[in-house]
Design a binder for this molecule. Structure first.
Ligand SMILES: [Zn+2]
Length: 193
């Protein structure tokens, strides 16, 4: 999702040392766009690239060149989605709280990966089921009751819902669809996480 030409470089302090900006992976990028649009992606990207372990909302606003109230709002959106974390410290002289923020993207990536693996597992089980069964389907287009062969036989090849005939159903398309979905998710995990 992030493009090659986005690999701008940032000056680190006054040392003259440049380091490439770390890129958000594409799954995370999509989630960020969804929850807060472009501005959320921008703030998250800068938060991901801070050269220390945490940063105040004011400092981050300066780096992003975005109004600090907007940055604060985005940080809370990220927090609500478990994508950021903070600690607060009392500023004794002024008697207010200072918030130190950091990203929480690693946890989220593991979470996404786990979810995708669970989906792959379910699809694989479904695939095995489709592979190991011959199906019959109700000929009534509005019903389409689907039964594995054993069930269809017990039902005397009559639909238990509408009493129409249960005919042999070729599940090649279903298997093809499952195969594509599994391959897509495997690729996704490889490239995005
Ligand atoms: Zn039926």
């Amino acid at each position: 999702m992030m493009h090659e030409d986005n690999l701008d470089h940032r000056e680190e302090g006054n040392t003259g040392v440049f380091r490439p900006k770390k890129q958000l992976d594409c799954t995370l990028f999509e989630i960020l766009s969804e929850i807060g649009g472009e501005i959320c992606v921008k703030v998250a990207e800068e938060l991901y690239n801070i050269n220390k372990s945490e940063i105040t909302d004011e400092e981050l606003a300066e780096i992003c060149d975005i109004n600090k109230n907007v940055v604060r709002k985005i940080l809370y959106i990220l927090y609500e989605n478990k994508l950021s974390d903070y600690r607060k410290e009392k500023e004794k002289k002024k008697n207010w709280w200072i918030y130190y923020w950091r990203d929480n993207f690693d946890n989220v990536r593991s979470f996404i990966k786990l979810k995708q693996e669970q989906v792959i597992q379910k699809l694989t089980l479904r695939m095995e089921y489709e592979d190991n069964n011959v199906f019959h389907r109700c000929e009534n287009e509005e019903c389409r009751y689907l039964a594995p062969f054993e069930e269809a036989m017990e039902l005397d090849f009559r639909c238990p819902k509408c009493d129409s005939s249960l005919n042999h159903f070729e599940n090649g398309n279903v298997k093809e669809f499952l195969r594509e979905q599994i391959a897509f998710l495997r690729e996704n995990i490889k490239h995005c996480i």
